[in-house]
Design a protein around this ligand. Structure first.
Ligand SMILES: Nc1ncnc2c1ncn2[C@@H]1O[C@H](COP(=O)(O)OP(=O)(O)O)[C@@H](O)[C@H]1O
Ligand SMILES: [Mg+2]
Length: 251
């Protein structure tokens, strides 16, 4: 990683995401300003067709890193840049981007699948899964057809499709969440334990979908709690360790 962020997306056509020396420190304002260093000096490059699997113990900062990459948390140090697919050789620097640029990236470039579905009351499963396509201008009928095909592949029973997922089981909600996250075929995908509450059969289906995304050229960063899934999807691994925590100063 010797080239700067400025030239790297021009020089390397496969590069989709570059993070350099990311740090993230949380300040707990309600608790005497105690500081928690969650990440320090983390760098990664992700190219088209690559899947970087984040490994490390609970509390190592894996989810925090994904949230920084998505622009959900602002990194305290370092730079994150993501290729802007619509504009040849351009990139958006997430660290320091305007909110509208972050929203543009999320609609067009970066998809994120969290561990839990954020349920929107009264919106049917089919509409929820189709929505990322509809918001990108895909015809509603076609969006519904693609949503149905993906839900069927993920073994979400058809009788559930007209219902809002609020009452679904954890595993059903997780599969709806995955369908919503994968349907728009974003060029960059961030996956935070998308298989944590699935049985082995459905976990394999999700792993197949992730490999298919990779094979169509998606650049993926993911966290997977089981070694089987990691082994299937990973092209690289990045080990995170909890940084040395700074004890609060004694007065
Ligand atoms: N919003 C937050 N506020 C304060 N501390 C946080 C926040 N999110 C994460 N942390 C802390 O950052 C560290 C890393 O957490 P996390 O990224 O969730 O780890 P992992 O996903 O590897 O288990 C933990 O010590 C956690 O308590
Ligand atoms: Mg986590």
């Amino acid at each position: 990683m010797t080239t700067s962020i400025e030239t790297s997306f021009v020089d390397n056509h496969a590069l989709m995401l570059r993070a350099l020396n990311i740090g993230k420190t949380f300040t707990l304002h309600g608790q005497g300003g105690v500081q928690i260093e969650a990440l320090a000096g983390v760098s990664l490059d992700v190219g088209r067709g690559e899947c970087v699997v984040l490994v490390g113990p609970s509390g190592a900062g894996k989810s925090t890193l994904l949230r920084c990459l998505y622009g959900n948390y602002l990194a305290s140090a370092g730079t994150i840049a993501i290729r802007d697919e619509a504009h040849e050789a351009k990139h958006v620097q997430i660290t320091g981007a305007e909110p509208r640029d972050v929203l543009y990236l999320r609609r067009s470039v970066v998809g994120y699948v969290s561990q839990f579905l954020r349920v929107i009351p009264r919106v049917s499963t089919l509409d929820l899964v189709a929505e990322p396509l509809v918001s990108r201008g895909v015809d509603e009928n076609e969006a519904h057809q693609r949503a149905a095909a993906l839900l069927a592949r993920l073994n979400v029973p058809e009788r559930l499709w007209p219902l809002a997922p609020a009452t679904f089981s954890g595993g059903e909600q997780q599969r709806v969440n995955i369908a919503r996250g994968l349907i728009a075929e974003h060029p960059v995908l961030l996956l935070d334990e998308p298989t944590a509450s699935l049985d082995a059969e459905n976990r394999d289906i999700v792993a197949d979908l992730i490999v298919e995304a990779r094979e169509r050229g998606a650049a993926i960063v993911g966290i997977f709690h089981d070694e089987d899934t990691r082994a299937k999807v990973a092209t690289q691994r990045l080990e995170l360790r909890p940084p040395l925590r700074h004890a609060p100063a004694l007065h």
